[in-house]
Design a binder for this molecule. Structure first.
Ligand SMILES: Cc1cc2nc3c(=O)[nH]c(=O)nc-3n(C[C@H](O)[C@H](O)[C@H](O)COP(=O)(O)O)c2cc1C
Length: 286
């Protein structure tokens, strides 16, 4: 297997096996990526595959300023310029869908607050706003109906991503944003079918994944996890490996394209243990 040789895994042919990790540049205005963003990604199309920076599925998911979005026509048109630039240079590009959940500040949300999350548990720390750095407030706990609507919101964003010309969709289940807030017992203290047991805490992610597969196909669907990353005020928890290893065989059965791991040890977190990687490799065959 050679790094710089083309690969034709499933239906997505890549010019080589290098993948550019998602890196938030946050250069959008009103969530719209402009010509500068198209130039930036077009210049990097020599990678076999680019995973574009995290992109909000809705106004309530724009916890950071200048985050791009993919929930309205202008944003879709902006991303179309980006995907065209990458394709013109022979590359492939996936979107990374995110909702920031309790991370961020209402001043950054285009429609105003409050922040939305599985439970009313605030993250520690400050976030930049137009008024300077401010503490992240206690988010509003979503109702069950709001959770169901949020799943639809993710699926609409997946549909929008295809319209914008993306080659696939990475579901951001890492780094302490909304999906990981559902997976984690510290941020998910719900008593409905989306909280409590591992099965319930992972339901939000699995329903989004199933829906994304219906829309885009399994070969265009990937997921990012960040096991043991102490990011965005999430403590380590006892059931972390059990939670992930409940998910992995299901994702394998769904035949998703990939599981992308984020190791944050360069950022002060624990490295992902070899035992986790071994279990994942045993259970995920794609
Ligand atoms: C400036 C910057 C922005 C990032 N933005 C994202 C992002 O939008 N989505 C994501 O999943 N990871 C993001 N990451 C994490 C990277 O994808 C990568 O996992 C991280 O830098 C660790 O890799 P390293 O040890 O090689 O730096 C970002 C990292 C940096 C430094």
């Amino acid at each position: 297997m050679k790094l710089l040789e083309p690969v034709n895994a499933h239906t997505l042919a890549l010019n080589n096996r290098t993948v550019m990790a998602p890196m938030s540049r946050r250069r959008a205005t009103n969530g719209i990526p402009d010509e500068m963003v198209a130039t930036y990604y077009g210049q990097r199309a020599g990678a076999g595959l680019i995973i574009a920076e995290s992109t909000a599925v809705s106004p309530s998911g724009m916890g950071y300023s200048h985050l791009p979005g993919i929930y309205n026509a202008q944003q879709i048109a902006g991303w179309k310029k980006v995907t065209d630039a990458v394709h013109a240079n022979g590359g492939k590009i996936f979107v990374q869908l995110v909702h920031s959940g309790r991370i961020g500040h209402p001043l950054n949300l285009p429609g105003g607050g409050p922040l939305q999350a599985p439970s009313a548990v605030a993250a520690h720390g400050n976030v930049n706003t137009i008024q300077g750095p401010l503490p992240m407030p206690v988010p509003e706990a979503m109702s069950t109906a709001a959770v169901e609507k949020m799943i639809d919101t993710h699926l609409q964003a997946a549909q929008n991503a295809l319209e914008a010309g993306f080659d696939g969709i990475e579901i951001h289940a890492a780094h302490g944003y909304l999906i990981e807030q559902f997976m984690h017992p510290h941020t998910n203290q719900r008593t409905d079918q989306y909280g409590g047991s591992i099965e319930n805490r992972t339901r939000f992610l699995l329903e989004i994944t199933q829906g994304t597969i219906r829309i885009a196909g399994a070969e265009k669907t990937g997921i990012r996890f960040s096991p043991f990353a102490a990011l965005n005020s999430l403590p380590l928890y006892e059931e972390e490996i059990a939670t992930h290893m409940y998910l992995v065989p299901k994702l394998n059965q769904m035949d998703i394209r990939y599981i992308h791991l984020s190791d944050q040890s360069t950022n002060g977190s624990l490295p992902i243990p070899a035992s986790y990687i071994q279990l994942l490799r045993q259970q995920f065959k794609n």
